[in-house]
Design a protein around this ligand. Structure first.
Ligand code: SAH
Length: 361
């Protein structure tokens, strides 16, 4: 069965749908539908400028079906963090997380959505709930883009404007390269998001990093490093056995040179595993020549991994030691732990029973 959805259509395909439903329509009709879906984030039903019969026909046309059906919604931080579990047309489940940040001395208010690129993940990082659940399938372009349009609508209803997208939800974006890139293009070209406000996070698929470097898109790259020597990283991030640390450093260097974007490095601090003085040294040796910014994330709990996150005092001293070694670093305050919405916790209910979850009233 064909499970394409409305955002899988390009302009030409949408034009054909309009022509099929209302032969001889003026050309601006297709443009109205396109803008309605992308710029105004409306449902076909809400496009009141269209003739009523066309609107009704669009509503019933399979190619115009939404990709995502709301399964469950969770909220925390007084509504500033919201997680959705979506059901796809084939019954698979994925998650996205919307985060609102209030204005501060350094930042304007902004809203970011974290989107999934695969149902499940094949990378098998033991500390990550998505990795524990295993791989189901790649997402289509329409399934990725619609996570953004739904989040943008939700943000607008909160009086906020969605301005950033991070490809840090379920799955490995560079393993689903074509759909991820097409979705990024759609976000920039049609949803009006700047490429500089898009971030693709990768476990370190070296060929994908090289390919992305050649796209001519100033998109941000985040690398989930977690260990910076091969013996340790082979263990924590199994794909390292194929793409070892030196090759990864080369690919990142080339990415930074070609795009002019700063690299960020994610480092989940795991007690007694990657939070020692040796780890500071290895990480600094990797990050410093690249001018990378390191995000330190105390490990979030997941059902399939017994080791704990580093205690706050050691997080602080690790941070200090890293800065003394000349590396820019930030301790990330984690969002949405209590609704299993934080980094590495997205499993769409596949792993364990999410007993801490409480639905919205
Ligand atoms: N597959 C891509 C996209 C996922 S991003 C990638 O790995 O980059 C999700 C981020 O959360 C990654 O940096 C991942 O390593 C991190 N992560 C996974 N499990 C975590 C956990 N339990 N606590 C904190 N961060 C975790």
């Amino acid at each position: 069965m064909d499970h394409t959805s409305r955002y899988d259509l390009d302009r030409d395909a949408l034009g054909s749908v309009v022509e099929e439903l209302a032969p001889g329509s003026p050309r601006y009709r297709a443009a109205q539908v396109w803008d309605g879906l992308h710029r105004r984030l409306l449902e076909p039903d809400e496009l009141t400028e269209l003739p009523r019969p066309l609107r009704a026909a669009l509503r019933g046309h399979p190619a115009m079906a939404p990709a995502l059906e709301l399964d469950r919604e969770w909220e925390t931080d007084g509504g500033r963090t919201r997680k959705w579990v979506w059901r796809l047309a084939d019954g698979k489940r994925i998650e996205s997380v919307l985060m609102h940040y209030d204005a501060s001395a350094n930042h304007q208010a902004r809203s970011t959505v974290c989107v999934s690129t695969q149902a499940g993940c094949a990378m098998a990082c033991g500390f990550c709930a998505t990795g524990q659940a295993g791989f189901e399938r790649h997402l289509r372009v329409g399934e990725i883009v619609e996570q953004v349009t739904r989040a943008a609508r939700s943000a607008a209803a909160d009086g906020r404007r969605l301005s950033r997208v991070v490809f840090m939800g379920m799955g490995e974006p560079l393993a689903n390269y074509d759909a991820t890139l097409a979705a990024a293009h759609r976000m920039r070209d049609d949803l009006g998001l700047s490429a500089r406000h898009l971030t693709i996070s990768t476990v370190g698929l070296v060929p994908g990093i090289h390919r992305l470097a050649d796209e001519g898109l100033p998109i941000n790259l985040a690398l989930s490093l977690h260990a910076a020597n091969d013996a340790k990283r082979d263990d924590l991030v199994p794909i390292n056995r194929r793409y070892p640390v030196a090759a990864l450093a080369d690919a990142c260097r080339r990415y930074v040179e070609r795009t002019g974007r700063r690299l960020s490095i994610e480092w989940a601090l795991i007690e007694g595993v990657n939070d020692g003085i040796d780890d500071v040294r290895d990480l600094a040796a990797f990050a410093k020549p690249l001018g990378a910014h390191v995000n330190l994330i105390p490990l979030n709990p997941t059902p399939g991994y017994a080791v704990r996150g580093t205690a706050p005092a050691r997080v602080q001293s690790f941070h200090d030691e890293l800065r003394t070694a000349g590396v820019n670093a930030t301790v990330r305050q984690t969002r949405g732990r209590e609704i299993d919405a934080a980094c590495g916790q997205l499993a769409a209910g596949q792993v364990g029973a999410p007993v801490r979850l409480r639905p919205r009233p």
